[in-house]
Ligand binder design. Sequence first.
Ligand SMILES: [Zn+2]
Length: 279
Amino acid sequence: MKSLRILIICLLLFQMSPVTAASSSPQPGYTIKTTYLYGRAMQSSPILKTLRTNVPVRYTTYNRSWSNVYIGSAKYFTPTANLKAGIPKMPTADRLRLVNKTYGLPSTYRSPQLVTLTVPTVYQKGSERTLMTAEAAYALAKLYYAGRKQGHTLYALSAYRSYSTQKSLYTYWVNTRGVSYASKYVARPGHSEHQTGLAVDMTSQRMKLGLYESFDQSPEGKWMIQNAHLYGFIVRYPKGKEKITGYNYEPWHLRYVGVNEATMMKQKNWAFEEWWIKR
Ligand SMILES: [Zn+2]
């Protein structure tokens, strides 16, 4: 174990190059009225697409009166007056949804509010792993920039995980290692908290952009664990709560619940399951 750790540290020292640079400006926002998307910053240019009301989009300011809107890899122009900086709030029941080995999500559950993260991600933007609900993505951006101010650069490794991805993962492990191994290490389809769009696995360059328990000893991990609640996140699988959560300690797995709830769980030292019973 000790030699493995030394090996990992050595690898860290030699591999300090970032995978993606910190993305600068696109923020998740939402439209407040029907928005026309143009190919150029001119009302007279043809309308290429029409956005429905309250659809979360990423956008940046183009000039005084126009903004760029990003849909997948395409970039459009729209009058800034049609965009409202803001985050669609999630229904409370969705924000506080308990997903674990007992309670699962329907195969069809996919939040309509998924947006691409604006923080640095290990996977290319466009991968489903870089999606979270707009409210959680915005909170994660705030956490990220607060960390940066203290000199800590965090990366998002894996956020949203669809039902079909969970199903293929689970099937793969059942076929290669058998049911008992699979059920120990991989969530049954519909039982991964990542399907909520509120969970994200965090890492850093010091962790070689991977997931290791020693993250909690690194400056970035220490800072994140200490401050996550200020932005509405809990460390979902804490040390010492393995029997309650059903999962081993995962210092890297954050779950968005909202600032008040996260602060309460932090202060009382409750796992999410305990909060549901004792609050
Ligand atoms: Zn996770």
